[in-house]
Structures are given as C-alpha cells and as structure tokens.
Ligand binder design. Structure first.
Ligand code: AMP
Length: 542
C-alpha cells in the first residue's frame, strides 16, 4: 500500500521560491569585485534568478547543458546558483585557483556551453578561450558599461545586459528530482580531475541535513559569512541551507585576507562563519597583531583539512567562538561529519569537552560510515582501531561524470581515501589521508598528529609532516615548518616541544624550515609538491 501524501519533487527552485515568500526582506550583502558593498534581499535574488532563467532559455540551451562559473562568492554567483539549476541546466563551478590549462581541460571535459566569470578572471579567460571548444557564450559578471573593449573573447557581454533586459516573471519547470543540478571537479592531486555530479534531490537533502542543530544549526536568526568558496563543492551547500532557513548572507567577494574578513564580520554583525583553516589562520594573525576582538561572531565551522587543536582553543579561549570541526569531501556534497557534543557530555570539564571537539565529529543523519582493515573487514568503534573510512548515503557519489575511472564503490560503499578511528559514541577522527600515513617500523604515524603538535608552538605559522625513506624503519617523519613573521624557533627547541606530547617514536626525526608550504586550489597542503621541493633531502639518521 502506498502512502497518500503529495509527491513533490525536491527541486532547487523551491529554495529560492521559499526564501522569497517567507524571508523576502532578509538581506544578502556582498563585497564586490568592484570594491564596494552591495546590499539587497532574497526577494531581489529571486527576481533576478528568474531573469537569469529567461536569459538561459533565450540561448536555447538543452535541459542538462552545463553553464560554467568562474567567480568569487557574491550575489550574481548566487543568482546563477538558482537560475541555472532551476531551469534544469547544470551549474558547473570552476576553481579559478587551478592552472589555466587545467581549467580549459575541465571546461572541455564538462562540455560547458556558457562561461560566466568575474572580471578578476578576465586574464584566465583571455588565455584559455581559444582552447575551450564547446563554450559558445562568454558573460562577464559586471555592469554593461564596464565590459572592456578588445578582449578578443568572441561575443563577450556583460551579465547585467544579458539578464537585465529579461522579464522577471518565470514559472520554474517541474522535472525529475534526480536530474543533475550542479557539478564540481575533485582537487585532482593525482591524474586528471574527475567530476562529482550532484542532483536536485541530493542537494536539497544535503542542505536540509546540513541545517539541522547537530550539523551547522542554521536558522532565520543567523547572519552567515561563507568564506568557503562557492566555486568548490557549492560552498558546502551553505547558499542552499541559507535560502532554506532565511539566514542573512554575507559574501566576501575577492577580499579573503584577515583584515577584510574581520571588518566584514564586524560591519555586518556576522554570528556564524565557515571556512578552511588557512583562512582563519590569516584572520587570527590579523586580530592578534591589532589586539582585536569579535563583537558578534559566536560560531564557526572549520573543515576541508584538519583543524589544528591550537586554532580550536584560540577561537574558544581568546575570542569566545565555538568551533564546529567538520569533515567531508567533493564526492559527499560535501558534509559527512560535524563535531557537536551530546547531552551526556555537557557535565564534562572544559578540558574533556575539548578532547571531543578536536575530533572530526559524528556522522550527520543520511551519512553512514564504517572503518575497515586491510582485509576489508569492519573494525570496532573503540576510538583506537584505525582503518580505511567508507561512506554511503543519498548525497554521496555513485559514479563520476562520464563514468571516469570506473565505479568508485566497493559493495555499495564509497572509499574516502581517509584513514580514521571511530569511538563508541560515533565520533570519527581522521588520522590521515591513506597516501600520507607514515609507516615506521610496522606502525603507523599520523602526519596530522605530528603537525598538530608543531602548530601549537607559538612561533609556528604552518607545518607539514611527510615520511622519508629510512633503511631500518621503512619511513620516518620529518616536519617542514614555516615560522611566523618576526618569530624564531630552532630545530632543537621544536623537537624538545614534542617531549611528553606524543610517543617518542612518533617524534619527527628532523625539522626543515621552509619559506612556504605549497597549497592546492582548495587551500589544502600539497604534500606531493612538498616532496618534490625536498627531493634532495637526506634524513640525518639514514
Ligand atoms: P575535497 O574533496 O577537495 O573537499 O577534499 C576532501 C578531503 O579533505 C577529505 O577526504 C579529507 O582528506 C580532507 N578533509 C576535509 N575535511 C577535513 C577535516 N576536518 N580534517 C581532516 N581532513 C579533512
């Protein structure tokens, strides 16, 4: 017997319709590429998304055609989020931090038909447009009178001229909720990048689960600053969760430095922010140098790479900001776990609460997890056994776009490539990427643990631990360290700093001071490139 409830497909257009009707006057504020602050409401987002939809229909794009964006976090990008997907086309967010050759390769692989880009990225488009064989329309996100002459880009037009002339009435089409809505290519540290292709259904379910109290706890009372880019995994689904809840949105545009972010948080009374650890590191450095404090920020979600404990404690102790440590990946839309306490933890001491908060957190409803050993058998949830982490759920990948790389699943589970423990309360802790784990004398050393100790030293700005070949132990860890400006620490002092904080055999064999640690397009440390930089390095003990 079937239930007798209405069967409405879960479509992205419903989010902006809802936001317009119930939170029409809630604000969306953007720092623009032009440098000024732009301010309007969800009602305006909805109106202009409908104009975008009309403009796309006029281009006679087919259902499912890809519309690419190369853009910062801002209101026009948000309009494309709803306008493109709402009409049944696929929003393809491209990462401007990638090498132009890689951007062209990805645009061709995705068969993008339209490219919408911020003026900041004009040089990239100039460099690659002749190589992008499928793109028929180039739209620069600016006013009609700002389009530069003689760019050589065929048919280049301004976003405002393109969509501004269109009617603001539009009836969003109803179609299968399993239709593709957006796509994002993986960071691709090895081989060519592959695309995760999200659906309307997966996006809505993910946005709903992400907004729940034990996830990011979003509501109409929030003022949210997504520093995490809209060009990578849909800014963790935050634009969708914001529309679903009516939260005020604040976009940083291209100004991602500590000073600009801090000023925006203060000016707009942001209470909730989201970003990767490197962004917050810049902001904390700015605040410490000026002895600044937040007046409204209450919580921040940090993920994308391991959040160093020193950062969690700095936010908590110095600034009264609760850190939600979160873990996920492109193939997971991305949210998998968020670290929030349970009722039984509330009576714990602050120190014991902090021990829990340092973990990557509990699976949110919809994400099933398990850890397995080398033999593929399940490992216990005891907080000690570590193994490969596998996941499944309605917003987790089933196949890559165009079937690249064959089926990624193992018996219906997606292997994340991360190594983790899970404790009896379901808190998952990443010990490493499987390729970064250091195998020393038959034991595993977590590179994240080694980095976290160094990051707690007051003179250390950034630390990356990698394994070096060793004749006796197979591999031994070394730590590459960037010092904070004007601060000093010697190799011996840093190694002594490890004493008592970790087992003796897990203390790195050496410290290498470097000017910088190579970061990838999404702010993650690129250990493959660090290994290339240190290719002539020899362990003192080898
Ligand atoms: P991406 O698909 O580019 O978003 O990268 C996903 C990968 O980033 C994961 O598989 C993890 O290795 C890493 N990652 C994301 N969040 C965290 C976190 N909170 N702690 C440790 N690693 C993380």
């Amino acid at each position: 017997m079937l239930g007798l409830m209405q069967n409405h497909p879960l479509l992205i257009s419903s989010l902006i319709e809802f936001a317009e009707k119930h939170h029409g006057d809630a604000e969306v504020v953007s720092r623009r590429v032009e440098g000024d602050i732009h301010r309007y409401t969800y009602k305006d987002v909805a109106t202009r998304s409908r104009q975008v939809a009309n403009a796309l229909d006029r281009m006679q794009l087919a259902f499912g055609d890809r519309v690419a964006t190369l853009a910062w976090n801002g209101y026009r990008h948000l309009e494309l989020y709803f306008g493109v997907s709402g009409t049944g086309r696929v929003l393809h967010t491209l990462n401007p931090r990638l090498h132009p050759e890689q951007i062209a390769w990805i645009a061709n692989h995705a068969e993008d038909q339209v490219m919408c880009f911020d003026m900041s990225f004009l040089p990239i488009i100039k460099a690659v447009h002749s190589k992008c064989s499928t793109i028929k329309h180039y739209i620069v996100l600016c006013d009609a009178d700002k389009v530069p002459a003689d760019t050589g880009i065929p048919g280049l037009q301004s976003y405002e001229a393109w969509m501004g002339a269109q009617p603001s009435t539009y009836t969003w089409p109803i179609f299968d909720e399993n239709s593709a809505s957006s796509m994002c290519y993986t960071s691709g540290t090895t081989g060519n990048p592959k695309a995760a292709l999200y659906s309307h259904r997966s996006t809505i379910l993910h946005a709903m689960a992400g907004a729940m109290p034990d996830a990011l706890s979003m509501s109409a009372r929030d003022c949210l600053l997504p520093v995490v880019p809209m060009f990578h995994v849909n800014a963790w689904g935050l634009p969708y969760s914001a529309a679903m809840t009516g939260a005020k949105l604040v976009f940083p545009g291209p100004a991602m430095d500590g000073k600009s972010i801090f000023e925006l948080i203060e000016a707009e009374k942001v209470n909730f922010a989201a970003g990767v650890p490197t962004v917050w590191q810049m902001m904390i450095a700015h605040m410490q140098s000026g002895n600044l404090k937040f007046s409204t920020l209450k919580r921040t979600v940090i993920g994308g790479s391991a959040c160093p404990p020193a950062m969690i404690t700095a936010f908590n102790d110095l600034y009264g900001v609760e850190v939600l440590h979160a873990w996920g990946m492109t193939e997971m839309s991305p949210l998998g776990t968020v670290c929030t306490l349970k009722n039984k933890h509330l009576a714990l001491s602050d120190a014991d609460k902090m021990k829990i908060r340092l973990k990557q957190g509990r699976g949110i409803f919809g994400v099933d997890m398990k850890i397995v050993g080398d033999d593929g058998k399940d490992l216990p949830w005891d907080g000690k056994a570590y193994g490969d982490l596998l996941v499944k759920g309605p917003w987790i990948i089933s196949d890559y776009f165009k079937g690249e790389g064959g089926s990624p699943l193992v018996d219906g589970w997606f292997p994340t490539g991360d190594v983790a423990t899970i404790d009896a309360d379901g808190y998952m802790q990443i010990t490493d990427r499987s390729k970064d784990v250091i195998k020393s004398g038959g034991e595993w050393i977590s590179s994240i643990d080694v980095e976290n100790v160094a990051m707690a030293h007051p003179s250390v700005a950034m630390a990356a631990c990698i394994g070096m070949k060793h004749p006796k132990w197979d591999e031994r860890p070394i730590i590459a360290v960037v010092k904070k400006p004007g601060m000093d620490v010697s190799r011996e002092e840093l190694l002594a700093f490890y004493e008592g904080k970790t087992a003796k055999w897990q203390i790195p064999d050496d410290v290498v001071f470097v000017d910088s640690i190579p970061l990838g397009g999404t702010g993650k440390m690129m250990k493959t490139r660090l290994r290339e930089v240190l290719k002539d390095y020899k362990l003192p003990s080898a």
